[in-house]
Design a protein around this ligand. Sequence first.
Ligand SMILES: C[S@@+](CC[C@H](N)C(=O)[O-])C[C@H]1O[C@@H](n2cnc3c(N)ncnc32)[C@H](O)[C@@H]1O
Length: 215
Amino acid sequence: MDSSDRHATVVTKTRYGRIAPIYDFLEAIPELRYRSWREHFWRKVAGTLDAGDLLLEVGVGTGKNIPFWPEGVAVTAIDLTPGMVKRAHRRARKLGVSADILEGDVQDLKYADNHFDAATATFVFCSVPDPMRGLRELARVVKPTGHIVLMEHVRSPNPVLGKLMDVLNPIIRSLMGPNINRNTVANVNSAGLDVVEVENLDRGGIFKIIHAQNL
Ligand SMILES: C[S@@+](CC[C@H](N)C(=O)[O-])C[C@H]1O[C@@H](n2cnc3c(N)ncnc32)[C@H](O)[C@@H]1O
């Protein structure tokens, strides 16, 4: 990672560190919509896994996905931001779920090649400073034919709304952390993963489940 990538990563970590204590409060209203999407997303993920499989969740945040983690699967969950990891730990403890929840950077994973059976992330690749590097890391640590399933918001396909997202992006990024104008489906393809399905969750084509395989 060069020094500008390292700097961007520190900035991202600082932003999420700042909002970690109020993240669940800030997301309370959108979460009313996301909750059923999470249920649907995790049903899809569960369909790709067998008992005993090793699953990596990157950008676990405060652990909103923990209630949906499939049973019988060994989950490792990482996040760049210590304040998020602390909250995810707390949620896992409350729910009686055991998992490895650790600080880690998807751009520089500390796992051997082909270690995991599958990897997931929800609303993360909008924030990763170098998303291509992060996606290539997932391709490296997931076994050949393993599944990588993401739920992401992306730049609108509507040209006017897409342009507006480009204009607003620096403001949203500096206040909250995420980029609202990423082309994550194209990024997944460019990272060498095979996109097997893209499911639109909203009518505007902004929220998507991107199901890829390491072929
Ligand atoms: C918008 S939040 C989403 C959190 C959670 N996945 C959810 O669905 O609520 C984005 C998360 O990605 C994490 N993140 C950003 N860049 C990361 C990186 N390079 N590696 C791991 N986590 C990262 C942030 O710390 C933050 O917790």
